[in-house]
Design a protein around this ligand. Structure first.
Ligand code: ADP
Ligand code: GLC
Length: 485
């Protein structure tokens, strides 16, 4: 089975969120199961600087306004998987994120940039760019790679089947309909059955309409996106493809997230020897300026600060959390209003609330290891990875019962506690009161150390490694193509 993964970011080179973690971990997990896997990535600075032994396989242009475009084939550092790079310096050699300038403004030519990425995917699939290797399956991730599915549908040379994975339906890649002519697609694609969306062009819709199969990153989210509440305006399109949509949970890259071997931690630990976790907590309290109280329940947050993540609820519930004797440690970046509000909370409660505004991979590991709980009160959450990292680090998730959070955390109800299946705390309504009641249950359990420890053990025993999820993707490829693995 030859599989090409197309995406805009990959851990550890370029990361804005969990998408990068998945693109960094799933392809190697598929390769470990015997698939012949390659990647296609845009030639962003961090990627072109790190890819090993790149060689030219195709040179062309002008394309989408770029005078010169080359496709190079090299190997990824770390995984050593073969990777095609779209080398178009005019489009990709820029500072900032793959999508935005350093000032946080969307790049004005994102239509051309990500159309080119999709075009390259479809033409690798057609054998036109590298006749030495053509994929059987092209697996595309989020709107950035979704145009691959449209160009595949328009490319008679390509026989590959396409999979489109929705990591987050809220980001859709919407562009002006007036720019359709620049895409080089037949006019039939500019239709409500195609990529037209309320007078605009939607790259997300290209994936939803033209992929052979659609997946999302958890079973619950795959059902949610067919509803008005979670469908972000595309629920009708998704309902139209119901029999082609499925959910496959993300995993944890255990080479990166393992408390027993994590080089970021002051002391490693595992479920059998938890002393190291107490040292991680003391170090976190010291580093963040929190009072050195080993017995104060320490709630952690590592998150993008956007309305999706529901962190305004944490601000509203903060008085209740502090009244219960707890501490809060947050690392995050994003919405300036939320950044300022958390900073103000830290200023108002020195020693009890500590906030680091910014993005810091190493410190994220330290925070997740040192905290007792990890809060993920999201309004919607396609899968969520931080709660999975929390489970593995014995840091109990306190999360909203939504999307992948509902699929991965077992609430510490009386019943689950009796049965020994509890791994965290879930709440239903996106209200401060519902969050406060989950916080109260967590605080009560924390005062019973033996029971708390039993839940930690159960959390740490959960297996969310990639092997299981990768096997599910392989099975999907097999069903689509009729090929054995
Ligand atoms: P999303 O992709 O919606 O942001 P996920 O939970 O799937 O949510 O993935 C978030 C990823 O980004 C995790 O690896 C998390 O540790 C990381 N992350 C989020 N915010 C920060 C931050 N401020 N610093 C470091 N890592 C962060
Ligand atoms: C998105 C989602 C998150 C998911 C991640 C990786 O960013 O918001 O829930 O875990 O993609 O699939």
């Amino acid at each position: 089975m030859r599989v090409l993964h197309v995406a805009a970011e990959i851990f550890p080179l370029v990361k804005t969120g969990g998408l990068a973690d998945v693109v960094g971990a799933l392809p190697p997990a598929l390769a470990a199961l015997g698939a012949d896997v390659r990647l296609l990535l845009p030639g962003l600075p961090a990627i072109t600087e790190s890819v090993l032994h790149p060689r030219l396989v195709w040179q062309g242009g002008p394309l989408f306004g770029a005078a010169r475009v080359a496709i190079r084939l090299g190997r990824m550092p770390y995984s050593k998987l073969p990777v095609y790079i779209v080398d178009a310096p005019w489009f990709f050699r820029r500072p900032g994120s793959p999508y935005q300038s350093p000032q946080g403004v969307e790049w004005a030519d994102n239509l051309q940039r990500f159309a080119l990425l999709g075009w390259a995917g479809a033409h690798i699939a057609g054998g036109e760019l590298d006749p030495a290797w053509t994929p059987t399956v092209v697996h595309t991730h989020d709107w950035h790679a979704a145009m691959t599915c449209a160009y595949l549908a328009a490319n008679p040379a390509a026989t590959a089947r396409s999979v489109f994975t929705v990591h987050n339906l809220a980001y859709q890649g919407l562009f002006s309909q007036g720019d359709f002519g620049q895409l080089g697609l037949p006019s039939a694609f500019l239709h409500s059955h195609g990529i037209e969306y309320h007078g605009q062009l939607s790259f997300m819709k290209a994936g939803l309409k033209y992929a052979r199969r659609i997946t999302t990153v958890s079973p619950t989210y795959s059902a949610e996106i067919a509803t008005h509440e979670f469908g972000c305006g595309l629920d009708g399109v998704i309902r139209g493809r119901r029999s082609d949509v499925s959910g496959i949970l993300n995993g944890v890259d255990t080479a990166v997230w393992n408390p027993a071997t994590d080089p970021s931690l002051v002391a490693p630990y595992d479920a059998q020897a938890l002393e190291g976790k107490a040292r991680c907590k003391a170090a976190l309290q010291a580093q963040m300026g929190l009072a050195a109280q080993p017995d104060a329940p320490l709630f952690g947050v590592v998150s993008r600060l956007t309305s999706q993540k529901g962190l305004d609820l944490v601000l509203a519930a903060l008085p209740a959390l502090l009244a219960g004797g707890a501490q809060l440690a947050l690392q995050g970046a994003g919405d300036p209003v939320l950044e300022a509000a958390f900073q103000a909370a830290a200023d108002a409660h020195p020693g009890r609330v500590a906030v680091r505004i910014g993005y810091d991979e190493t410190f994220a590991h330290r925070l997740i290891a040192g905290a007792d709980l990890i809060m993920v009160p999201s309004r919607f959450e396609p899968c969520g990875l931080t709660q999975l990292y929390g489970l593995r680090y014995g840091t109990l998730p306190l999360a909203r019962r939504v999307g992948g959070l509902a699929d991965t955390v077992t609430d510490a109800s009386d019943e689950a506690l009796r049965q020994g299946s509890a791994t965290g705390f879930l709440f239903g309504a996106a209200t401060p009161a519902a969050l406060e009641s989950a916080i109260a249950r967590a605080l009560a359990l924390y005062r019973e150390p033996a029971r708390w420890r039993a839940v930690m053990h159960q959390a740490m025993a959960q297996d969310f490694s990639w092997a299981g999820s990768a096997a599910r993707y392989l099975e999907l490829y097999r069903v689509m193509t009729g090929e054995p693995h």
